[in-house]
Design a binder for this molecule. Structure first.
Ligand code: GLU
Ligand code: ASP
Length: 497
């Protein structure tokens, strides 16, 4: 164990200086703001970059391939949080991990900014996957470290941080999207790189003064002997991977489809292993085992929710491009702008939800019921987008307000599920595994997108009604089941509210 106590860390952080919150919240807010700006900016144009023809500056891939790559990519970005969490826990500490992660992310966007080959495109994916894994879970961990357990401002601190995430996600499609779509994709990716650079500058220059010791602790450092063992193992795995690639590629075995299947398996397998290990660990108490059982249906609900929410940047992005009237009310709409709707609605409605929960006080829905509501809204957001084809067929272009409505409804669900999801994970996961809870929560998103990679190929304008109908219907059904089970689940939670 490291010798820094929780109390020493909290005391080292200037406790005021950012809207009545610890000064470090300024640093973390803007670091994450710019990181999300770069991520969601890139994401808002990436799918179009992949399937637009070469003559329009794209890579000319098939649409269904592009959609599957988007999902695999999103899945790996959140899966790598496990590696980032582990590195912070045992080698670097959270703060250094955030910084190194930011550098990798920036390099990833620079690789996309250089016009050129497929090789650069894949190199960029690797850099951004690893970089986000290092940065994203750890920057949130440091937010938590600045507050003592009893600090009343803790939840509010996370809400402000959540606003930073969505503020970055909101302006990015408007800036990176507009430049990327109207001028040149690579210039757009370049702006994403500049965004991450600004985040790094803010982090580097204000971390000493604002964060004190927060993020510097390495919770369970590797001993020199363990270090050696780990590096040897990493070396062996890297060599094995290289050998596998070197053998399977020339034989034609490592096809795109096999990668899609592999990510799909990993997306389900990794959280399953996590649950089994936590459940069987001797460090997990009886009460914690019961809570873990309660957490499983919530985790499954989260997977279903994110599967729909994340299709907002794949299937619905495609819908915005192909099925929607983009000359509307006298303006020309860029399809990438639709990506700003989710964060815009989050920012505007989060305070309303916070007020609502406060007003309801003890009468507010329990955690399982909030998850069920999340699923019902997500399902409805897909059923709504089925209607234009039902009434107007698949040939005419659709009024963009349908898409706006769909994004609005999914956000109602997101506000029921996402903010409570992370805190529910913290409360329900066994305390011996607390360092990994952030990555565990992101695994719900990783699993969701791994599943999406398998199903997006069923989407075409000709099948869109069935596609939205089946997935939306499944979410609603799961939501109802969860609602009916909510009392039982609450019982297994053993007092957690
Ligand atoms: N949209 C939020 C973010 O980027 C949540 C993502 C998730 O948990 O999947 O931080
Ligand atoms: N609402 C998402 C999140 O909280 C952002 C997005 O999907 O654009 O970061």
């Amino acid at each position: 164990m490291s010798d820094l106590t929780k109390q020493e860390i909290v005391q080292s952080v200037p406790q005021r200086g950012f809207f009545g919150h610890p000064k470090g919240l300024f640093t973390l807010f803007f670091t994450e703001f710019w990181e999300r700006f770069s991520y969601y900016g890139m994401k808002a144009i990436l799918v179009y970059y992949m399937y637009y023809e070469l003559s329009r500056g794209g890579l000319g891939m098939e649409e269904s391939t592009a959609l599957a790559i988007m999902s695999i990519y999103g899945s790996l970005v959140y899966m790598s949080g496990i590696i980032g969490g582990w590195l912070a826990d045992r080698i670097f500490g959270a703060s250094k991990s955030v910084f190194y992660g930011g550098i990798l992310i920036m390099l990833g966007h620079i690789a996309l900014a250089i016009p050129g080959s497929m090789a650069l495109f894949f190199a960029s994916m690797v850099l951004i996957v690893l970089g986000t894994g290092l940065l994203k879970p750890n920057v949130s961990t440091v937010v938590g470290e600045m507050y003592s357990e009893q600090d009343q401002r803790r939840d509010a601190g996370f809400s402000i941080f959540y606003m930073g995430i969505n503020a970055g996600a909101f302006i990015a499609p408007l800036i990176v999207g507009t430049v990327g779509m109207d001028i040149n994709f690579h210039l757009g990716f370049g702006i994403a790189a500049v965004g991450m650079f600004l985040g790094l500058i803010i982090f580097a220059y204000t971390r000493k003064g604002n964060l004190g010791l927060a993020g510097t602790n390495v919770p369970s450092p590797l001993s020199p002997a363990e270090r050696k063992k780990v590096f040897v193992r990493i070396g062996i795995v890297a060599v094995l991977l290289a050998v596998i690639v070197a053998i399977t590629v020339p034989l034609g075995l490592l096809t795109f489809n096999s990668v899609v299947v592999l990510v799909g398996i990993l997306g389900i397998l990794i959280p399953t292993v996590y649950f089994v290990v936590m459940y069987r660990s001797p460090r997990t108490t009886g009460v914690e085992r019961s809570r873990l059982i309660a957490y499983i249906p919530l985790f499954i609900a989260a997977i279903m929710f994110w599967a729909i929410q994340e299709q907002g940047s794949t299937i619905l992005a495609n819908y915005a491009d192909k099925r929607t009237q983009l000359d509307f009310a006298g303006i020309h709409i860029s399809p990438s702008w639709f990506q700003s709707l989710n964060p815009l609605f989050i920012i505007s409605l989060a305070p309303v939800f916070a007020w609502l929960w406060m007003k309801l006080g003890k009468r507010q829905p329990t955690i399982p019921k909030k998850f069920a509501l999340g699923l019902l809204f997500a399902g409805c957001s897909f059923l709504v987008i089925l209607l234009p084809a039902y009434w107007g067929g698949q040939d005419s272009l659709v009024n963009p307000l349908w898409l706006v409505l769909s994004y609005l409804i999914v956000v109602l669900g997101e506000l029921c599920l996402s903010p409570v999801g992370l805190s529910a994970t913290t409360k329900l996961a066994p305390s011996a595994f607390s360092a990994q809870t952030m990555s565990l929560w992101f695994l719900s998103s990783a699993a969701a997108q791994a599943i999406n990679a398998q199903i997006v190929k069923f989407y075409t304008p000709a099948t869109e009604m069935q596609y939205f109908g089946i997935i939306g219907g499944a979410a609603i059904l799961l939501g109802i089941v969860l609602f009916l089970l909510s009392g039982k689940i609450q019982g297994y939670m053993k007092g957690i509210q």
